[in-house]
Design a protein. Structure first.
Length: 67
């Protein structure tokens, strides 16, 4: 659980259970399932904060183009 929290903090709270599982398997050679990592994250009270794509909502507020 300590490693999970460290990985999550290093990712600036972006990584979820899937990416944390990949890091644990690749770097630390742990055999752990994504579901178990998710359960530990829930126990620790941490979750991923996904960043959505930025979308422009106002294209031309002056209406200079013909409709």
């Amino acid at each position: 659980m300590e490693h999970i929290k460290q990985i999550w903090e290093r990712s600036k709270h972006i990584y979820g259970a899937g990416k944390i599982t990949q890091v644990l398997r690749r770097l630390l050679k742990y055999q752990i399932s994504e579901r178990t990592v998710g359960k530990y994250m829930h126990e620790l009270g941490i979750k991923a904060h996904y960043i959505g794509k930025w979308v422009t909502t106002t294209r031309d507020s002056k209406y200079s183009h013909d409709l």
